[in-house]
Ligand binder design. Structure first.
Ligand SMILES: Cc1ncc(COP(=O)(O)O)c(C=O)c1O
Length: 395
């Protein structure tokens, strides 16, 4: 049977990561995957997570099956975290998922079960897995622009493109720290998007993967809460991979907001049914860790402080890179970097130039120009700036 399988495409980001693994140059720098690294180049276990794990091990509760929605306390805690304790949780439900990717897929499934063939709009460029996940669930995908010529958020262009979205289409928006561009809407842009959704009747589908790593937790959640207050229906995919550092524990949830309690109950059951046929139930450990942190004031404060420190380091890296590129004479090219938010920055380099950066300077970013600015030790920023400047000088 397997002889019949034609060679399938491989994942370009993981291909680059494997290529990096076999690069023997000592100065090599891996900025491909969206993983936070500390000053020593490690992706640390957060102190709040470690303490929660100790408490859980001491309590050593049962590993019996959870319900189809996963850990109920986790789902409640994430509803409060995302929508706020004063938020519309009376018309919302959360289902624990296999991280943010699992939430995206379950929600895509829900859309398909509700109305097969629904059109989902995604940004161009988008997170590399958005289109594959949506198409795998059987949805139609259309795109809207995201950036202006300088790499900033293109407010007028996005509103113009999304004016073509029809009632009951779904529009997938990243709630903060847009991957891959780092270009985010300003608060007034979010207000305009919320108006458009309310006026035209399309359903916002928010992907939250980096809250806490842009302008701070509350600021990064403000757009999601604004939309939740403005529209009758909304879908939210939440990842705990980055902001709790739980990458391999696969922790997240799918949130649905509906116009009536009955619609929300039906959506929750449909999500459970979708999970049942895909993987049955999500893994417990990461959800138990997050719940332990969010339910304990001391641990929550510790987590918030660590998250703020991570955000500060990312911002310092970005500021330093911008300053160094400017000092090397590339101020115009560096200007867009300074405005970007979150773990990623989009370098103003072509695919050919990104290849040169890799071949000549052992600096690995994606072919489209994305680098993980959260993945560099501070003392490697000068090398990164030199490499980028070296490539720009070849123009
Ligand atoms: C925008 C966005 N959404 C979702 C995800 C999925 O994250 P995970 O499945 O690891 O929680 C990522 C991961 O990089 C992402 O960048």
């Amino acid at each position: 049977m397997l002889e019949l399988l034609p060679p399938p495409p491989t994942d370009p980001l993981w291909d680059l990561t494997y290529e990096f693994g076999s690069d023997e140059r000592a100065e090599r720098l891996n900025l491909v995957l969206g993983v936070y690294r500390d000053q020593t180049g490690r992706t640390p276990v957060m102190a709040a997570v470690r303490e929660a794990e100790i408490r859980l091990a001491e309590r050593s509760e049962s590993k019996e099956y959870r319900g189809l929605s996963g850990n109920a306390a986790f789902n409640r805690a994430l509803l409060d975290l995302v929508l706020g304790t004063q938020g519309p949780s009376d018309r919302a439900a959360a289902v624990q998922t296999v991280a943010g990717s699992g939430a995206l897929r379950l929600l895509a499934d829900l859309i398909c079960r509700t109305r097969p063939g629904t059109t989902v709009w995604i940004s161009d460029p988008a997170y590399v897995n958005h289109r594959p996940i949506l198409e795998a669930a059987g949805l139609e995908v259309r795109t809207f622009g995201w950036c202006d010529a300088e790499g900033g958020f293109d407010s007028a262009g996005v509103l113009r493109d999304l004016a073509r979205a029809r009632r009951d289409d779904v529009v997938l928006l990243q709630g903060c720290c847009h991957n891959p561009t780092g270009a985010d809407p300003a608060p007034q842009d979010w207000a305009a998007l919320a108006e458009l959704a309310a006026r035209d009747g399309w359903v916002p589908f928010i992907d939250l993967a980096y809250h806490g790593l842009g302008d701070g937790l509350e600021a990064d959640l403000a757009a999601t809460r604004l939309l939740a207050a403005r529209v009758p229906e909304m879908l939210i995919a939440v990842s705990c991979s980055k902001n709790f550092g739980l990458y391999s524990d696969r922790t997240g949830c799918a949130i649905v907001l509906g116009a009536s309690a009955q619609a929300v109950r039906h959506a929750e059951t449909a999500l459970q049914n979708a999970a049942r046929t895909l993987y049955s139930m999500p893994p417990e450990h990461g959800a138990a860790v997050v719940t332990t942190i969010l339910e304990d004031e001391g641990l929550r404060d510790l987590w918030r402080a660590e998250l703020d420190a991570m955000r500060g380091r990312i911002e310092a890296n970005r500021t330093d890179l911008t300053a160094r590129l400017t000092a090397l004479g590339w101020g115009a090219q560096a200007r867009s970097l300074a405005r970007q938010r979150g773990m990623f920055s989009m370098l103003p380099l072509t695919a050919q130039e990104m290849l040169l950066l890799r071949r000549q300077y052992a600096i690995y970013g994606t072919t489209a120009g994305r680098i993980n600015i959260a993945g560099i030790a501070a003392d490697r920023i000068p090398c990164l700036a030199q490499g980028i400047a070296g490539v720009l000088e070849n123009r």
